[in-house]
Design a protein around this ligand. Structure first.
Ligand SMILES: [Zn+2]
Length: 298
């Protein structure tokens, strides 16, 4: 009897200590659920303003209880209306004036121009991977850091109109360019863009603009990935990719791009759907980014 009672007390004490001390961890399943939600709104592209508004509301409502501040920066570009969202989680230590940015594009490509079927090439993509996955990872990281705030201040930025490139002669990364231009005093110490991070076949080599202009930051990320035995991070050179990190690098801000390359078969096709995503891939990326932020030394 006594033994049983002692055992129960010990279990209760352990559970209590666990509840107090356990660090929250990134949950790939929760991130995957954020992808399912976004895809359910429909393509998040200029001809679908209802889906765009639903996505903005979803990001706002998810982040409202988790972040200290959330603003929407609207802009116009060649007849298109865009909206970047910016939320922050304040750091807790003497280094809280140091800021790190995590970014992802929340829009999706209005044309599946790489589809095998010509009939589908002018239709919008679902963007489970290309669009929703980066946003999903950021929303899940916000949950983790709301419970256990990071030492440095974390900015979560969601860019609109990334994926219009080569459509009507438009460029890529319209939203990220607007963000850099409209916020000249925003100069984070480091930043990471997450783009296409959910595929079952995920492979993230060292994107070359990031490597040549922010090599130390890349080394830190890849050493964390190595410690964690990550299989999705590949310690090999990728190619140069035009993405939302470029406007920052051009302004001298060290922001790197974690992006799937070689691009998956479903890239810019009607097959970019939730079934291509894996919670394990999201988990591996989330774990590395979480540790990068939690252990960041300015
Ligand atoms: Zn794309």
């Amino acid at each position: 009897m006594n033994k049983i009672l002692t055992g129960m007390l010990l279990t209760a004490t352990t559970l209590w200590a666990h509840a107090i001390w356990a660090q929250p961890t990134f949950d790939g399943e929760k991130a995957l659920a954020h992808i399912v939600s976004q895809v359910s709104f429909g393509p998040r592209e200029p001809d679908n303003p209802a889906a765009k508004q639903q996505t903005i509301s979803y990001i706002e409502q998810t982040l409202a209880p988790l972040t200290n501040r959330l603003t929407i920066q609207r802009f116009d570009y060649k007849g298109l209306s865009g909206a970047n969202l910016w939320a922050s989680i304040k750091g807790t230590s003497s280094t809280s004036s140091v800021r790190i940015m995590l970014g992802a594009h929340w829009d999706t490509r209005p044309q599946a121009d790489r589809d095998h079927s010509p009939a589908l090439r002018d239709r919008p993509i679902a963007g489970a991977n290309d669009g929703a996955s980066g946003v999903a990872a950021l929303l899940e990281l916000a949950r983790v850091f709301a419970i256990s705030p990071p030492p440095v201040t974390l900015d979560l930025v969601f860019f609109d109109l990334e994926d219009m490139g080569h459509i009507d002669d438009l460029p890529y990364s319209i939203g990220a360019r607007e963000f850099v231009a409209k916020n000249p005093f925003y100069r984070p110490s480091a930043g990471i863009i997450l783009d296409m991070v959910c595929a079952k076949t995920l492979s993230i080599p060292r994107e070359q603009y990031s490597q040549s202009q922010a090599g130390e930051l890349m080394d830190t990320i890849w050493s964390i990935a190595k410690q964690q035995n990550s299989t999705v991070f590949k310690d090999s050179p990728g190619i140069r990719i035009i993405d939302d990190h470029l406007p920052f690098l051009m302004a001298g801000i060290k922001v790197v791009d974690l992006i799937h390359y070689p691009f998956p078969d479903h890239w810019h096709t009607s097959a970019d759907t939730v079934d291509k995503c894996s919670s394990d891939s999201l988990q591996q990326v989330g774990d590395v980014v979480q540790q990068f932020i939690a252990s960041y030394k300015p």
